[in-house]
Write a protein that binds this ligand. Structure first.
Ligand SMILES: Nc1ncnc2c1ncn2[C@@H]1O[C@H](COP(=O)(O)OP(=O)(O)OP(=O)(O)O)[C@@H](O)[C@H]1O
Ligand SMILES: [Mg+2]
Length: 764
């Protein structure tokens, strides 16, 4: 993170000071619309609509089942369906098994399952319609046109620009300013085809008062179609220096020889020349012109728009609309060298530091319309598809309590699920209820509420095949079980903020060895990959295996584990075959851990649940064409145990291959980044660094600063924003996918729900 002043002084100013050739910065607003995402919704809804309509008579026949009549009716209906749909019905019937009315009811349930998405696809189509009608959507594109000195390659310039301005840059064609043939009038250009807009060109004649880097944003942010060209010429250094020296010598002589009254004018000139000498030590001089192209549908609108631009320029940027020369002025939006443009302009001589204030790159108005609608930045919808090209699209979502994490995640999850992505959510507050209800519980979604009544076997298999397809390793499995036993046998301690943390039972080296030995015996000869819960050993078997080792230490350890996890009250839950159904067959699946006591037990559950998820993600029978997004709320539970955090870090590194993505949520950045006193857990840091998406809602001051230091592209203004944000407001950082994208894209705005989302997810 850099403060704005530092950035301008140390990065931007030297860029201009060292400039050897002239350059032009051209910024243009471009209209866009949301027809493409609208069509995406329509394309996805259409086959579902077709099915809903085609299956309706079948559903009706099954509902009014009559042994005598319905079977024949069904045959008749199937005969009228398209062969593809008829095949679908028969396949579904076969897969549910059985005969008669019950089998047909289950068949219809199965066929009806995906239809829940129709209503949401419609809601999202309408949302895009709304966004288009509310405001004219405009993107803003920045171009830098540079005349390179001999020997400098365009790639060098691109690298320099990326580095200096902290932005992505790529070689591009400069689009023509005028969209067709135009006729020149004294104060405007009129199109030869009537559907095109009129243009008026304005030029700068003075820059006054105090500029900041957002002065030009006032003009470029206007609700208008415009283009701005900032023409920066280089004044030869030697010439400028000679001029300054000459003035100093000349005026000195004049003042020294002067008798009579004080020569105030000469004194002022001398002072200015001294100042110039000083400036030239570090900076250069530039001749700067600005040209603006304003559009309007007719003369009246054009004149009104020109007035809006002039008003926005205010007292700092003085503009004029020259009479004559309108045609030649358009050349400032192309590659004609300034000296060859036959138009009246008034260059202002400026030092490099002043030129930095004109660079408008800080103002971004993206116009992508692919993928997910994340948020609105002002009126601009921020859309991008982080999953494109099979990228890793892991995310970290941060926000203090009440900042709107859950709400944002519910909106994003529903938008993805409607488009056909699979969502799995783990959360400890019961908030998933609304998401699952909204997906037609039992059809699109399933929700499992966990509490101590379900049984969980500590020895369940979590080890999986690796990416190379090697069989699950016993060592990984044993490590996990040893960790999980240490969690369950830990002790809870209340924290200052009223929560429960815990200290795991730390194993001594001897104990670790004994556990390893006993577990090796238990798992020996078992096929870890296909081991069913009914054949998996339980804690009591582990205690027996320890006792069988025979040493006093082994017996003592068996006794301790037996006391805590077999005979003790926890035995009823943990010394049992697992009854939790780790089921990931729905479009949306949520596991709610709110009924699981905080501290050791909840952490243990997170660990087991993560293991089950990881097994599902890597399962050879899972359809890898379907993208899975796994959302884990209150990720801090995993962070409490280094090896569980390590488990997640492994997922962040490897899940991409399986087309699965890990989205973790937590209240505080320090969960991932550590505090000043504590070093960050390397695994948590790795989860953070491996997430190309960071959605940052409100954070306290220390965490906001930490994020500023850790995330490339965040400036002091963003850090301030993060501290001050209200509910639903966020700073969204994405690694981007542009050609050679080496710079994060940063968006600032808010999560804006549509009516359906508001009804489904707002309030608690
Ligand atoms: N963008 C939004 N528009 C409308 N209401 C919102 C928005 N964001 C959040 N809310 C509402 O604000 C309240 C708090 O939001 P939410 O539960 O998402 O916070 P949270 O960050 O998940 O908090 P916690 O850390 O306690 O889980 C909820 O009642 C939610 O419905
Ligand atoms: Mg929440």
């Amino acid at each position: 993170m850099r403060a704005e002043v530092e950035l301008l002084d140390e990065q931007w100013m030297p860029f201009f000071a060292r400039l050897e050739g002239p350059l032009r910065i051209i910024s243009r607003t471009e209209r866009f619309n949301l027809r493409v995402p609208q069509q995406v919704m329509e394309t996805r809804a259409r086959p579902l609509d077709v099915r809903a309509k085609a299956f309706a008579p079948l559903a009706e026949a099954v509902r009014a089942w009559d042994d005598a009549r319905t079977p024949a009716q069904i045959d008749a209906i199937l005969g009228q369906l398209s062969p593809q749909l008829a095949r679908e019905v028969l396949l579904a019937f076969e897969s549910v098994g059985g005969v008669g009315v019950e089998a047909w009811q289950r068949t219809m349930d199965k066929l009806g399952r995906p239809l829940w998405r129709r209503r949401w696809l419609k809601a999202y189509r309408q949302m895009y319609e709304m966004l288009m009608t509310q405001v004219a959507l405009r993107g803003l594109h920045h171009y830098l046109l540079a005349w390179l000195p001999d020997g400098m390659r365009p790639e060098d310039m691109i690298n320099t620009v990326e580095h200096v301005f902290d932005t992505g840059a790529a070689r591009a064609d400069l689009p023509a300013l005028l969209p067709g043939m135009y006729t020149e009038y004294p104060d405007h250009l009129a199109p030869q085809e009537s559907h095109l807009p009129l243009f008026a060109l304005l030029t700068s004649y003075d820059f006054k008062g105090t500029w900041t880097i957002s002065t030009l944003h006032r003009i470029l942010g206007l609700d208008l179609d415009l283009a701005l060209s900032i023409d920066v010429g280089v004044v030869s250094r030697t010439k400028a220096e000679m001029l300054a020296d000459f003035t100093v010598n000349n005026r000195m002589t004049q003042l020294r020889s002067g008798s009579g009254p004080r020569d105030v004018r000469a004194e002022r000139q001398l002072k200015a020349a001294y100042e110039l000498q000083e400036v030239l030590d570090t900076e250069s001089l530039h001749d700067v012109r600005m040209v603006l192209a304003v559009q309007g549908r007719d003369l009246e609108e054009l004149n009104a728009n020109v007035r809006k631009v002039e008003t926005a320029g205010g007292a700092t940027l003085k503009l004029m609309r020259p009479i004559g020369g309108q045609g030649p002025l358009t050349k400032f939006f192309g590659a004609t060298p300034t000296g060859q443009i036959d138009a009246l302009t008034r260059p202002r001589r400026q030092r490099s530091m002043a030129v930095t204030q004109y660079v408008p790159f800080g103002l971004r108005k993206p116009d992508r319309t692919d993928g997910l609608l994340w948020m609105l930045q002002g009126d601009t919808p921020i859309m991008f598809d982080p999953f494109a090209d099979r990228r890793a699209a892991h995310a970290v979502v941060l926000g203090k309590t009440g900042s709107g994490k859950t709400f944002a995640i519910n909106c994003w999850a529903m938008r993805l699920a409607a488009m056909g992505y699979q969502i799995v959510m783990y959360e400890p507050q019961g908030h998933s209820r609304r998401l699952i209800e909204a997906s037609g519980e039992g059809r699109g979604g399933a929700r499992y509420v966990l509490d101590m009544r379900q049984k969980v076997n500590v020895l369940d298999i979590v080890a999986t095949r690796d990416e190379a397809g090697n069989a699950p390793s016993i060592a990984t499995q044993i490590d996990h079980v040893v960790t999980q036993i240490s969690v369950l046998m830990g002790t809870n301690v209340p924290t200052a903020d009223g929560k429960t943390a815990f200290r795991p039972r730390i194993w001594e080296s001897l104990e670790q060895g004994l556990l390893d030995l006993a577990l090796q015996k238990l798992y020996h000869g078992l096929n870890l990959e296909n081991l069913e819960p009914d054949h998996t050993p339980i804690v009591a078997d582990l205690c027996d295996a320890l006792s069988d080792i025979g040493s006093d230490e082994a017996k003592r350890l068996a006794y301790e584990i037996g006391l805590r996890l077999v005979q003790g009250s926890r035995g009823a839950t943990f010394n049992q075959r697992t009854t939790i159904d780790w089921d990931f067959t729905h479009d949306l699946t949520a596991y709610d851990f709110s009924g699981v006591p905080e501290g050791t037990v909840r952490t243990f559950y997170y660990g087991q649940a993560f293991g089950a998820l990881n097994r599902f993600v890597r399962s050879p029978i899972r359809d890898r064409r379907r993208t899975t997004v796994a959302i884990i709320d209150e990720f801090a539970y995993m962070a409490q145990v280094p090896s569980l955090a390590g488990f997640a870090a492994m997922a962040a590194k490897t899940w991409r291959t399986f087309n699965a993505h890990l989205w973790t949520l937590d209240q505080d950045a320090h969960t991932y980044l550590g505090t000043e006193n504590g070093n960050p857990d390397p695994a948590m840091l790795s989860v953070f660094l491996n997430a190309p998406i960071k959605a940052i809602l409100k954070q306290d001051a220390a965490d906001a600063a930490r994020l500023g230091n850790k995330i490339e592209g965040l400036h002091a203004a963003h850090v301030n924003q993060i501290k001050r944000q209200g509910r639903g407001e966020l700073v969204l950082v994405w690694e981007g996918d542009g050609v050679g994208a080496r710079h994060n894209e940063v968006f600032v705005g808010r999560v804006e729900p549509n009516d359906a989302e508001l009804r489904a997810f707002a309030g608690t």
